[in-house]
Unconditional design. Structure first.
Length: 85
């Protein structure tokens, strides 16, 4: 449970996150929207590795290569399964 001392920190961090995302969206950069998902994956990797393995197994058939997306990075990476590995 949150205490009265933690509540202002939660509000402040939420407002900072919202303001940062609004600033990024205004310049057509949508990378800030991925931050909660990345945080969830990192926390799952730290505490529930079995769930990450299942996520890799289920996303592998849905993987799309970066070449098919038109991203010319010089290497072929399958999104989203290879970054999870």
């Amino acid at each position: 449970m949150t205490t009265k001392q933690q509540l202002p920190w939660i509000y402040a961090l939420s407002l900072i996150f919202i303001a940062a995302n609004l600033a990024l969206i205004s310049v057509d950069m949508f990378y800030g929207l991925m931050l909660p998902f990345v945080g969830i994956i990192v926390l799952l990797g730290l505490y529930r590795l079995d769930v990450v393995f299942m996520l890799i197994a289920f996303t592998t058939p849905l993987a799309i290569g970066t070449d098919a997306l038109g991203i010319e990075a010089g290497i072929g990476v399958s999104i989203p399964s290879e970054p999870l590995m």
